[in-house]
Design a protein. Structure first.
Length: 168
């Protein structure tokens, strides 16, 4: 009798500690279910406690892969634009399911994202001749996962904008 009571108390303590660890891990930013699972496993919690913690976090609306992926894509688009492919790859590494990824990146306009991505670099590159500018734009955008067509389109858009600004 006494040992069962102690075992239940110990299990309860583990669940509480696991939940508290997960809350601390979630405090700085949202995380995917996969990230939480890995974190708790690394902390030494057993699978049953981890699953219970994840269920509780989901019930408390503190853990939701769709909301995480949507917020992740929105933040990337605002601060560090990347291609759909690059965003999908990052989300996949974070353990988000393919159907959730697809629904979150579906509405991204890659041409606008690419143009937004080069905006902070324009002043730095403004003195470059067309050939060097093309090289810079192409490399910068290709490193962010954009296709050749999107890179060329963005370069042409930059050139036309420069011509437009110089004529004013």
């Amino acid at each position: 009798m006494q040992s069962n009571k102690i075992k239940k108390q110990t299990d309860s303590d583990k669940r509480v500690k696991s939940y508290q660890s997960a809350i601390r891990y979630l405090a700085p930013r949202a995380r995917s279910v996969h990230e939480i699972r890995q974190y708790l496993a690394k902390k030494g919690f057993d699978e049953e406690v981890i699953e219970t913690t994840i269920e509780k976090l989901e019930q408390d609306n503190l853990l939701n892969d769709y909301e995480f992926a949507s917020m992740f894509v929105e933040q990337r688009e605002r601060f560090k634009p990347k291609s759909k492919f690059a965003l999908a790859f990052e989300l996949k590494k974070k353990g988000v399911e393919a159907d959730i990824i697809e629904s979150c990146v579906m509405d991204i306009d890659e041409n606008e994202s690419a143009f937004s991505a080069v905006q902070p670099k324009i002043k730095l590159w403004q003195s470059y001749d067309d050939e060097r500018l093309k090289k810079k734009v192409m490399n910068y955008l290709r490193n962010r996962g954009f296709s050749y067509e999107v890179c060329i389109s963005t370069f042409k858009r930059l050139l036309s904008k420069q011509v437009e600004n110089n004529s004013n």
